[in-house]
Ligand binder design. Structure first.
Ligand SMILES: Cc1cc2nc3c(=O)[nH]c(=O)nc-3n(C[C@H](O)[C@H](O)[C@H](O)COP(=O)(O)OP(=O)(O)OC[C@H]3O[C@@H](n4cnc5c(N)ncnc54)[C@H](O)[C@@H]3O)c2cc1C
Length: 411
């Protein structure tokens, strides 16, 4: 398979449409949408929020700019991962960018799970409304009591009782669970068996958000922000009963699904982080040219030329790595693509965080305030060095793949 990392002919018109809509229609509404959160119940949409979001979604859908992310299924748009990377980058430039085109986290990863591993009934009930943008979803793996970067630690109990499973335990950082439209959780549970290996002790199971016994304890805060109305929830499961048919793929197959899910979800985050860096660099340059201190535009002071040049070079390096990882995914060998996804999962958030931090600095106090999107962007990017696996765990995967070239032993 030849390596084409460029913009293809079929992508070009789509990319132009998405970029224009993000710049001219979505970005201008971001701040108004977020300011609405302060009015009334933080975990319900105000009429104006619904109007903004549903209006943008309807517009995108009417132009058939929808569900680009589903790259290897006839239900999707027919693009490959490399092509999707360019679109996701544009979406990463606005807060409502991804959701407008039904390409947001954690739903793309969850829809991928349901597409690949759900049975026809599960797909009809949950995948179809997700693909339609009618409901949202959450992915519940991390637990407060366990080092969850090592997912073999996951301990939520799941016990079969007749035609049902009974779930007990706690999850936290369940992103999106605060959204009133979040109707379905994909939950990683422990369903142990002596007859299976260490990586076959866990399962994934579908739990409707309104099931009896699901208790939302609190919204976790990121540096003091609750990210309403999306939210990252701490949830307790008290004897939660779901039909046995809600299990995905079968008992003990949780890791198999997790590997499939996190590949796509992870790289989508990276693509958007590159777009966020582009946005930050643009703001940094414009501000530096406009604002004058010590008789000169700020860009001409101190080492600011070098900072701009370094940001440009780092963005370009990260984008190339991201496209290569996307191309590896398109080749269809998930095992071979895994270290590439890990590489970009380390590189993109760190790069984007650094570029955003420099942009914050160029804005002075305004950079950390609500008057630019940069403070919020910095906070989101900082969490990306933890979410979907901390940097150190991905570095471990990269190093293991490297050492495998030189030893038969698992190191
Ligand atoms: C904003 C946000 C949103 C999130 N959304 C979700 C979500 O929707 N669903 C979900 O299930 N989880 C979510 N998470 C949780 C996230 O995936 C976990 O925090 C992450 O996997 C790490 O698990 P942990 O917090 O238990 O850290 P731990 O496992 O306790 O690890 C802590 C630290 O230990 C060190 N460490 C661990 N392993 C190694 C290693 N191999 N080598 C060197 N050092 C190591 C690293 O410094 C690491 O950061 C989210 C987190 C945040 C902040």
């Amino acid at each position: 398979m030849s390596m084409n990392l460029g913009v293809t002919d079929r992508l070009k018109p789509l990319l132009e449409q998405v970029a224009t809509m993000v710049r001219d229609e979505i970005s201008p509404l971001d701040e108004e949408f977020l300011a609405e959160v302060a009015k009334g119940n933080r975990w319900e949409f105000t009429p104006r929020q619904t109007e903004i979001l549903e209006g943008l979604k309807a517009k995108a859908r009417s132009k058939n700019l929808w569900n680009f992310w589903l790259t290897d299924s006839e239900k999707g748009y027919g693009l490959n991962t490399v092509e999707y990377a360019y679109l996701a980058e544009e979406m990463g430039k606005a807060h409502l960018g991804a959701e407008t085109f039904n390409c947001s986290a954690p739903d793309t990863g969850n829809m991928e799970v349901l597409t690949r591993y759900g049975n026809p009934d599960q797909q009809k009930q949950w995948l179809d409304p997700l693909l339609d943008g009618k409901i949202r979803s959450a992915y519940l793996m991390t637990e407060p009591g366990e080092a969850s970067s090592d997912a073999t630690n996951i301990s939520m109990s799941c016990v079969r009782d007749g035609d049902e499973y009974v779930l007990n335990g706690e999850k936290w950082w369940s992103s999106g669970a605060g959204d009133p439209r979040c109707a379905i959780y994909i939950v990683m549970v422990k369903s142990p068996s002596d007859s299976r290996t260490k990586h076959q002790q866990h399962s994934m199971i579908l739990v409707p958000a309104d099931t009896k016994g699901v208790e939302k304890i609190r919204a976790m805060e990121v540096y003091g922000h609750d990210d309403a109305p999306h939210g990252h929830f701490h949830i307790r499961f008290n004897d939660v009963r779901v039909p046995a048919s809600n299990i995905l793929l079968g008992e003990g197959r949780g890791f198999e699904i997790a590997q499939g899910r996190l590949g796509g979800g992870r790289i989508h985050h990276c693509m958007r982080a590159i777009g966020a860096a582009e946005k930050a660099l643009e703001l940094m340059c414009k501000r530096g040219l406009d604002r004058v201190a010590f008789g000169k535009p700020i860009v001409k002071l101190g080492g600011n030329f070098d900072i701009i040049a370094n940001c440009r070079m780092e963005i370009e390096q990260a984008r190339l790595l991201c496209l290569k990882a996307a191309w590896m995914m398109d080749k269809g060998d998930a095992r071979a693509a895994a270290p590439w996804i890990s590489m970009i999962k380390v590189v993109a958030p760190i790069m984007s965080l650094r570029v955003t931090d420099e942009a914050v600095q160029r804005f002075g106090a305004g950079g950390v305030s609500q008057d630019t999107p940069l403070g919020r962007q910095w906070t989101n990017l900082r969490t990306l060095r933890l979410a979907d696996g901390p940097d150190a765990v991905h570095r471990m995967q990269v190093a293991r793949a490297e050492l495998k070239k030189h030893t038969q032993e698992r190191v």
